[in-house]
Write a protein that binds this ligand. Structure first.
Ligand code: TRP
Ligand code: SF4
Length: 409
């Protein structure tokens, strides 16, 4: 864990839309597989998120979840290393979602770009629901529940992580004082001794009222040089100087996934909704057939016509799959009409069939025995719940929502 001495957690999720394709693999999954050996990772099936747009027919939800998780395992996610779980099996997500919803201004949600975009794009469904508007709050709960430091996502999710940061900041501002933070800080000032206590107050006021940075430095030194106060009081006094609070929900950072543009077989971006995908576990015959008919540079109508790789989606596949010498062979052969398109596709077909065959082999035990998948998810969800409960405990007590405040243990 050399690159990550603090052991900061990584968290990400995917909505269960069914089997994944090679675009999902190269765009997200491959990155997850790599991250799991560098950070403590939590990856989950966002099945409640799937409900926000797909609430009318939920009958395929569990099948889609299972197929997606088999794809995760096929891609090399290792359940002995990463925590793989299902959102709806960790009800703590719902509790944090509810609490965060209380402090999230409507205007923040209305200005999230995906809100209006999706409503326009998916106009066939009625998305004027409370749940859909709350999509980013649920996502914030997902992330903050694990106090994740990093969230690996594509560009389309940046706005969601940004609002997560804003919600965390607001939460910490409202409740991060802890129970009677000011009272305790004032008491701690008393521990500094009368002379230093007076000095501390004086410097704090100079910093807070006039932004005097050297006053802040001096006050910090007074606190840090005092060996008689407790560690907790020291932290309190340092926090109190800036009027800030203790951060209960840390702000996560985006880990932007470098996404190679993987074209589908019609040349447009590979996407389930275009029906132009190559499945992660697609069988070799079908992969071969699809690639043979894949769109090429339209100006190469005849074998003898020279082509332009820049205008050819097959060339974009070479960028992802081929080494330098194969690429220069393909590019030169295309421009001089020295090779035909089928010839150009041959090394790609080999590479992609090899890739999907590896995936099929890794997936086979899970396809044959779905109970294995269920066990992985049940165990993962239990592990996730432990981490989630720790956060929720602190969240509840910071909001005075613990039983004993009402007179029972
Ligand atoms: N909204 C994400 C997507 O559509 C899925 C998701 C839900 C997610 N909760 C998350 C991603 C938390 C990262 C972190 O891709
Ligand atoms: Fe595309 Fe290759 Fe044909 Fe050129 S030779 S048009 S790069 S498939």
């Amino acid at each position: 864990m050399g690159a990550n001495p603090q052991g900061e957690r990584v968290l990400s999720g995917m909505r269960p839309t069914g089997p994944l394709h090679l675009g999902n693999y190269h765009g997200a999954l491959l990155n997850w597989v790599d991250l799991q050996y560098r950070y403590p990772c939590f990856f989950f099936v966002a099945d409640w998120h799937a409900l926000t747009t797909g609430y009318q027919d939920t009958s395929k939800l569990s099948e889609h979840s299972r197929e997606m998780v088999i794809d995760w395992l096929a891609a090399g996610l290792n359940p002995g290393v990463s925590t793989l779980f299902v959102q709806s099996q960790v009800p703590e997500h719902a509790e944090l979602h509810l609490l965060l919803s209380m402090i999230t201004p409507l205007s923040w949600l209305e200005r999230v770009p995906t809100y209006k975009d999706q409503q326009t794009e998916l106009h066939a469904r009625d998305l004027a629901t409370y749940g859909f508007l709350g999509y980013p709050v649920l996502q914030s709960a997902d992330i903050l529940l694990y106090r994740a430091g990093y969230v690996p996502v594509g560009e389309d999710q940046i706005a969601h992580v940004e609002i997560t940061r804003e919600i965390a900041r607001r939460f910490n501002h409202l409740f991060g004082g802890g129970i009677d933070f000011e009272g305790k800080a004032e008491k701690a000032i008393g521990q500094l001794g009368s002379r230093n206590g007076r000095l501390y107050r004086d410097l704090r006021r100079k910093f807070q009222e006039a932004g005097d940075a050297s006053a802040l430095e001096k006050a910090r030194a007074i606190v840090q040089n005092n060996t008689r106060i407790t560690v907790a009081d020291r932290a309190r006094l340092l926090g109190y100087l800036e009027g800030s609070s203790i951060s209960i929900l840390p702000e996560p950072k985006v880990l932007l996934t470098p996404t190679p543009k993987l074209p589908g077989i019609d040349g447009r971006k590979m996407s389930k909704s275009y029906g132009n995908t190559l499945g992660l576990r697609e069988d070799p015959d079908s992969v071969t057939r699809k690639l043979k008919t894949m769109q090429t540079d339209p100006s190469r109508a005849r074998r003898s016509d020279p082509g332009d790789p820049e205008k050819c989606p097959v060339w974009s596949l070479h960028q992802v799959y081929s080494d330098e010498s194969t690429k220069s062979w393909a590019s030169a052969g295309c421009k001089s009409a020295g090779i035909g398109c089928l010839e150009c596709k041959k090394p790609l077909i080999d590479r992609i069939v090899t890739e999907t065959t590896t995936m099929r082999e890794r997936a086979a035990p899970y396809e044959e025995n779905p109970d294995l998948v269920r066990t992985i998810l049940t165990e993962g969800s239990e592990k996730a719940r432990e981490a989630a409960r720790e956060t929720l405990d602190e969240v509840r007590s910071s909001m005075y929502l613990r039983g004993h405040y009402y007179g029972h243990a």
